[in-house]
Design a protein around this ligand. Structure first.
Ligand code: ARG
Length: 470
């Protein structure tokens, strides 16, 4: 398309488009069509990408060195104006790309009209989006690191703090609280790694793909890719302008981060309830009720859990956006941006909020946790293991302990309340060391298999984690 940028353009004038257009867009359609309302978020990347493109045009002799310099400097001036709040284009600009080109041309004159030589907004917007996402991925990885770091601090404090472990949300076996926290460390380590892997595929340059077919000019795509620190270039121009796999992959990674944060949120919400009472929420991270004066609400984890749905929605939206698109660029692709931007902001915000929540927003009620692990049958497996250790086949031992639990429950007793006579009546293999074997600390400590909750394992796991996040 041959844009005439010399006339002041408004939505009412057909000046953005080639002479083929005789009348202007309907104002409502202009608003409907415009992405300037959200794609200004890309402006810094658009300027950087355009500067690289201008340098390449000069480098390859498509424009003169002096023209290249004028373009690069003019774009730099647009950047300064933007940073000072002086460049605020309206809907008449349609999108950030037109807005920048128009302002550039106002600044540098006719040479500004050369910037778009051998380029289309299609490869341009793809370049901008990748540059943006590349930055965001690095920032999110940093936030994942901060989150991991507070998990490790807490884990270090709570190796020997016990917490009931659950399956089916039924008391199962007691755990080291550090072990529980380190499970989240592992999940977020995968998140960190996954983002790094995706980064490799985000970091590929589509610039120079043109509208869809490449260009007649002797451009150097590797030159722009190098200037922009891309790891490679798209090998196929059609794929270059129409691929959004990288955005979908990012939204997958973002969704998994949210899954992990949401599971932790759900646990914190349960733990903060009176029924569990495992944590106290501090005032800095909880809110009250407008009517019930006794309440302290876990708004932070609830919001994180709620926002998780939003990010999943963006992933779903993007998949559906792509599934029926014929090659190559279609305007539908303009819809990728808000999904990405919102997912980025949401994930960043949730990681930050959860990090603060763990840092200063909650306190584990260690005494209450200790009480909790002492008042249940979560040591029942250990009685069976005890007998199995003395040669009783495990299944036989398991059945016997089932019976003990049943009778103890009916008598309102716990396993630790049984007398040695009672134990011996159940099975002659029981000795007085049964009491030690079913004490919660021993129960936890004894699960020393690799990756288990035994304190020695947990200390080793902590050490391994600290080698990753010192
Ligand atoms: N604003 C557009 C987008 O976000 C830029 C690319 C427009 N390309 C086109 N052929 N209309 O996708």
């Amino acid at each position: 398309m041959n844009q005439d940028l010399s006339q002041p353009s408004t939505a009412q004038q057909p000046s953005t488009w080639s002479q083929r257009f005789e009348s202007a867009l309907h104002p409502a359609i202009a608003r409907f069509n415009a992405s300037i309302g959200f794609d200004m978020k890309l402006i810094e990347y658009d300027l950087t990408g355009s500067q690289a493109h201008a340098q390449m045009l000069a480098h390859t002799g498509i424009i003169s060195a002096a023209e290249g310099e004028q373009l690069v400097n003019g774009l730099e001036q647009v950047r300064q104006e933007y940073r000072q709040g002086l460049f605020v284009p309206g809907v008449e600009a349609e999108d950030v790309h037109f807005a920048v080109e128009r302002r550039l041309t106002e600044i540098v004159g006719d040479v500004g009209k050369k910037l778009h030589t051998a380029r289309s907004r299609n490869d341009q917007v793809g370049t901008d989006t990748r540059l943006y996402l590349r930055d965001q991925i690095q920032q999110i990885r940093q936030r994942v690191r901060s989150f991991q770091s507070i998990l490790l601090t807490l884990a270090e404090q709570h190796v020997e703090t016990l917490i009931p472990g659950y399956t089916h949300l039924q008391r199962a076996q007691p755990l080291s609280l550090a072990h529980h926290l380190l499970a989240y460390f592992e999940m977020s380590q995968r998140d960190w790694e996954r983002l790094g892997e995706i980064y490799q595929r985000v970091n590929v340059s589509p610039l120079g793909s043109g509208a869809l077919a490449g260009t007649t000019f002797p451009i150097d795509r590797h030159y722009t890719a190098e200037l922009l620190n891309f790891g490679g270039v798209y090998a196929n121009s059609l794929d270059g302008v129409s691929d959004r796999d990288f955005a979908i992959e990012f939204l997958c990674a973002a969704s998994l981060i949210m899954v992990h944060l949401s599971r932790l949120s759900e646990e914190v919400i349960l733990w903060a309830s009176e029924e569990f009472g495992f944590v106290t929420l501090k005032d800095s991270c909880s809110t009250g009720s407008s009517i019930m004066p006794q309440k302290k609400n876990p708004d932070v984890p609830e919001l994180v859990r709620g926002k998780t749905g939003r990010v999943f929605g963006h992933l779903q939206g993007m998949l559906v956006l792509m599934k029926g698109l014929p090659l190559a660029y279609n305007k539908d692709l303009q819809e990728d941006k808000e999904a990405l931007f919102d997912a980025v902001v949401t994930v960043q915000g949730c990681l930050e909020a959860m990090t603060i929540l763990l840092q200063e927003g909650l306190e584990f009620r260690v005494a209450r946790l200790q009480e909790a692990v002492n008042e249940d049958f979560s040591n029942a497996t250990d009685v069976a293991d005890y007998l199995a250790g003395k040669g009783v086949p495990f299944r036989e031992a398991y059945n016997l302990v089932g019976k003990v639990v049943k009778t103890s429950l009916s008598q309102g007793k716990l396993l630790k309340d049984l007398t040695l006579e009672e134990w011996k009546a159940l099975h002659p293999a029981f000795e007085s060391d049964i009491y030690g074997a079913i004490a919660p600390a021993q129960v936890v400590s004894a699960r020393n298999s690799y990756g288990g909750t035994g304190f020695a394992q947990v200390r080793q796991a902590l050490q391994n984690a600290k080698a990753i996040v010192p």
